[in-house]
Design a binder for this molecule. Structure first.
Ligand code: HPA
Length: 266
């Protein structure tokens, strides 16, 4: 009998003749890029056996296959978050589908709180490395298949492509270390001070699990954060999900431009 993964991949393959090499997971700030995709084919997560449908505002759940910046691309619009109560297997299943579909490179994007002094709201940060503080590893139970090396988890060449794309389209791009926390509460100021001491430059509630599974599957990984708020204790006002979504929306046009150029270069 075929597995859910094989069945889901078959549905995706049957929906389009395109076989993109590049996959992109769209975080909150990056959804507007969908409007730029030419000849788009949309496949809802509900159509994919074994794939969970996300349930948080601002996150649809679908794959979009089409042409962006002159290149074929597979976009995941809407992501599954651990804080919704999903298991790590559910959260990372779309990455497994992408790999089975034939994608060799994946760009993981997110909206994040800025910790480093040089990060302002509205900035973009290329992720150079991560600290997984989610308290779980998506590969738990799979050690028999081998221990995955994470010493160069984020690809240098893809990072260069991001830097070049940003330079080409006039978007300032910083770089730094990303910390992943489980959520769904935001952090306390003391936790943010602790994260800063650990070497984290930005923080959010996603991305690390997908990066780990992508590396297990041999994909080249790039990461990109849009800074939607100052992390807890670094600004006077409290952090709200509405503020994060509003900032994410404001950055959307620049984000779409940046991703379009990245697709040309990746
Ligand atoms: N903390 C955690 N996750 C986030 C934040 C934050 O400040 N901003 C956007 N996602």
């Amino acid at each position: 009998m075929q597995s859910d993964l094989q069945n889901a991949t078959e549905v995706l393959c049957a929906s389009t003749p395109l076989r993109p090499r590049l996959g992109i997971v769209l975080g909150s700030a990056f959804g507007q890029v969908i409007d730029e995709v030419a000849d788009a084919t949309e496949v809802g997560f509900a159509e994919l056996p074994g794939c969970t449908v996300p349930g948080v505002d601002g996150h649809a759940g679908q794959f979009v296959i089409g042409c962006l910046g002159g290149a074929d691309v597979l976009l995941q619009a809407g992501r599954l978050h651990y804080y919704e109560g999903h298991s790590m297997d559910q959260v990372t299943f779309p990455i497994r589908i992408m790999a089975e579909f034939g994608v060799g490179q994946v760009l993981l994007t997110n909206a994040a709180g800025g910790i480093a002094e040089d990060l302002a709201v509205g900035d973009f940060m290329r992720i150079t490395d991560h600290i997984n503080l989610m308290g779980v590893n998506p590969l738990r139970g799979e050690a028999a298949a081998g221990f995955v090396d994470m010493s160069a988890a984020y690809s240098g060449p893809l990072g260069q492509a991001l830097a070049q794309a940003a330079a080409d389209c006039g978007v300032a791009l910083k770089s730094g270390v990303f910390a992943a926390v489980p959520g769904p509460s935001y952090e306390t100021p003391a936790e943010i001070r602790a994260l800063a001491t650990l070497g984290a430059d930005a923080v959010a509630m996603s991305t690390a699990p997908e990066a780990i599974v992508a590396r297990q599957l041999g994909l080249d990984v790039a990461g990109l954060s849009c800074i939607t708020n100052a992390a807890a204790g670094l600004a006077k006002s409290p952090i709200t999900h509405e503020e994060v979504l509003q900032q994410a929306h404001q950055a959307g046009e620049q984000a779409a431009r940046l991703l379009g150029h990245f697709c040309e270069l990746a």
